[in-house]
Design a binder for this molecule. Structure first.
Ligand code: UDP
Ligand code: MG
Length: 310
């Protein structure tokens, strides 16, 4: 019998986990598959780990990895993927925003020959208007800038087969941006759409500023276009200054050189200085990614797993 592995990233989800587990088991029992559920405790500060350990006493198909501190959801996802042994693998949130009822549906598509079934939200109900607006803008921009296609509203909730899992594991980068990684590896993907669901308990770990930084991360990670733009801005200003030099030389030769034009000079200095700093900032953000990448730091550090028991 084939096996399905469920990877659940959890950060302060003590209230949500029992509800999630019940709902998940209800759906898994309908499928003729062995299963393993691996909870990744991403350095939670509440009783998340204890809750998972209690569940494991009842169900030995539950495994867990507990991080030494909070490393972020991306780290949790890759830690889970490295640990699981299933033929089919799915990533889920613990807050029931990813409905377990979809798993059997997704599995049917894999049997039909797809390698991956992804989910996307078609509505952003229950989300602040301003956030939806910026999210849409982000997808417009990134899809113009980047060669890999990122689907608007795509969630991390996916079911993939072993082939695709191995492809993802072969991407060893430190700066992980899973939306980009999934589309980079390609494979035949089926998209399922559903309405946004509010989380059952606890609260979202995202705020506007975090999402903004995440968006920049995506752009820097999956497009070098800002660097090209920087070079063009530089070239454009060289051209302007070249024309200005000719005009000024001619003017001086023809009309002499009365000292004037201080305001316009200051404007030019500020403008060019500002552009230089901006372009350096763009270059710096790529450099900093390279810097982190060359350090080869671990993406996550494990403090405890179910193998440490007994
Ligand atoms: N999460 C995590 N590490 C973090 C932040 C979040 O593992 O540093 C988990 C969290 O427990 C949840 C999932 O990632 O299961 C999605 O987080 P959340 O529900 O806060 O995001 P949202 O659904 O609001 O986008
Ligand atoms: Mg959520």
């Amino acid at each position: 019998m084939k096996k399905i592995s469920i990877i659940v990233s959890c950060y302060n989800e003590e209230e949500a986990i029992p509800l999630f587990y019940k709902e998940l088991i209800n759906n898994l029992s309908k499928m003729e598959l062995n299963y393993e559920i691996i909870f990744i405790d991403d350095g939670s500060k509440d009783k998340t780990l204890e809750v998972i350990q209690t569940l494991r006493k009842e169900d030995k198909n539950i495994r867990y990895i507990s991080f030494s501190r909070n490393f972020g959801k991306e780290a949790a996802m890759i830690a889970g993927l490295e640990a699981v042994t299933g033929d089919y693998i799915t990533f889920m949130d613990a807050d029931l925003q990813d409905p377990p009822a979809l798993i059997p549906v997704m599995y049917n598509y894999l049997k039909k020959g797809y390698d991956c079934v992804g989910t996307r939200r078609v509505t952003r109900k229950g989300e602040p208007k301003i956030r939806s607006f910026f999210a849409r803008m982000f997808y417009k921009i990134i899809n113009k800038l980047s060669k890999v296609e990122m689907v608007d509203g795509a969630r991390d909730f996916r079911l993939i087969n072993r082939r695709m899992a191995d492809a993802i594991l072969s991407m060893k980068e430190y700066n992980r941006y899973s939306k980009g990684i999934f589309s980079f590896v390609g494979f035949k993907t089926k998209w399922l759409e559903y309405e946004n669901i509010e989380r059952v308990a606890g609260k979202s770990k995202w705020n506007f500023w975090k999402l903004f930084k995440y968006a920049i991360e995506g752009i820097v990670g999956y497009s070098t276009f800002p660097l090209v733009v920087s070079a063009f801005i530089g070239l454009f200003f060289c051209l302007i200054s070249f024309i200005m030099i000719i005009i000024i030389v001619l003017k001086t030769l023809l009309y002499g050189d009365p000292v004037s034009g201080w305001p316009s000079m200051m404007c030019a200095i500020f403008l060019v200085g500002g552009i230089q700093l901006f372009v350096m900032g763009v270059m710096g953000s790529y450099l900093s990614k390279t810097y982190l990448e060359t350090k080869k730091r671990p993406i996550y550090i494990v403090r405890l797993t179910e193998e440490d028991e007994s």
